[in-house]
Design a binder for this molecule. Structure first.
Ligand SMILES: [Zn+2]
Length: 383
């Protein structure tokens, strides 16, 4: 049996870490292309430029076009070649990072990744998701290597809306349950081998960190405050979950997420929110113990993750729509087939209905929407 695990080369995290970026990229080269999101450019670009200047690193900055298409990837790769940059730095949301990663591979440059939220576990991975210009999923581009440097500035993450951290916890919540299931079923992971105990242990540490520190980290994030609990959860959402999913394996939660994206009503909800609902559904499908399910449900409620249809835009959803989602979730090649038993479309539909019905028994289990409504009702604090 061949076991395999993959990792990014270097992971950096901390308050104002971006000001130190030159120290970490100097060994790679003296010229870089920076691909940056429009909405963060005004503060990311000067911080990187200032740091780069201290080490004499030349940075060519380009604004991200908005979609991770092959055209955009090739545009960035061409710039990197034309200015003879040794590395491509991606700074911003998931699509910007995926474009920078793919362009670094296409142009044979080194890969630096700066996520500005802790909302998914994609930054450390050797994977880019390619879309059409219309924003439809096109294909997974599996990269031959992971990023050279992943740098997370906790101040930037803490300044982002707290809902992103919550969604990141939803993506990270799936990691242990998917890795555990995939490994017990003898499924291969993203590294092309069977799960190592390293992958599995990191996935478990991810889950334990969320349960212990998730609620207080979210409270801190709501106030844009950096605490040790927030640092732990940012690490869990980004590094532990990233390593855990790639070297552990995926199962039903992400397939159910993929199925849910078939329904337009879910499009305003974040990746991690749908993955969290998919996790609860997976636990029900797997007939996990009541204790385990209630632990997860209590956690989801505490960090405003949706445990009901309403929380992912599916209030009054029809069974036909649920079938459409379940058909996509059980399509050939989906990781739901890493479950150690056969799963039918009806099994998935019924498990989703049961997850929603269980969630609705708990006050506050409908996620961020409900929480925002409550916050609006609260009187403004006296100044
Ligand atoms: Zn995910």
């Amino acid at each position: 049996m061949i076991r395999a695990a993959i990792f990014p080369n270097k992971y950096i995290q901390g308050r104002n870490a971006i000001r130190e970026i030159a120290n970490f990229i100097e060994p790679i080269g003296e010229s870089a292309v920076l691909l940056v999101d429009r909405n963060v450019r005004s503060f990311i670009e000067p911080a990187i430029m200032d740091s780069a200047q201290t080490k004499g690193i030349n940075i060519q900055s380009i604004e991200f076009g908005g979609e991770c298409t092959w055209d955009e990837v090739n545009r960035i790769a061409d710039v990197a070649r034309s200015v003879d940059a040794q590395m491509i730095i991606g700074a911003g949301g998931g699509k910007t990072l995926d474009t920078a990663k793919a362009a670094a591979i296409k142009s044979d440059r080194r890969m630096i990744v700066l996520p500005t939220t802790a909302s998914t576990d994609a930054p450390t991975s050797a994977l880019s998701v390619i879309y059409t210009a219309q924003g439809e999923f096109q294909e997974y581009f599996f990269l031959p290597r992971n990023p050279d440097v992943v740098l997370v500035d906790t101040q930037i993450v803490a300044n982002a809306p707290a809902r992103f951290l919550s969604a990141g916890m939803g993506d990270a919540l799936a990691t242990w349950f998917e890795a555990d299931t995939a490994s017990r079923a003898g499924a291969k992971n993203m590294a092309g081998g069977f799960t190592t105990s390293t992958g599995l242990t990191l996935a478990r540490l991810c889950f334990d960190t969320l349960i212990e520190y998730g609620p207080s980290a979210l409270k801190a994030a709501e106030q844009h405050a950096i605490t040790p609990a927030l640092e732990r959860v940012v690490e869990a959402n980004t590094l532990l979950s990233g390593l855990g999913f790639e070297s552990g394996g995926l199962a039903a939660a992400h397939s159910i997420h993929n199925g849910l994206t078939e329904l337009k009503q879910t499009h305003d909800y974040l990746h991690g929110e749908k993955v969290a609902f998919g996790t609860l559904t997976q636990l029900i499908l797997e007939d996990r113990s009541q204790d385990e399910i209630m632990t997860v449900l209590a956690f989801m409620t505490a960090v405003s993750l949706p445990a009901c249809f309403e929380g992912i835009g599916l209030k009054n959803v029809s069974r036909d729509d649920l079938r459409r989602a379940a058909e996509a979730a059980t399509a050939e090649g989906e990781t739901i087939h890493n479950l150690p038993f056969e799963v039918s479309v009806d099994d998935v539909v019924d498990a989703m209905i049961a997850a929603d019905s269980l969630g609705r028994t708990i006050p506050g289990a409908c996620g961020w929407q409900e929480r925002e409504e409550e916050l609006e009702k609260e009187p403004a604090p006296a100044m």
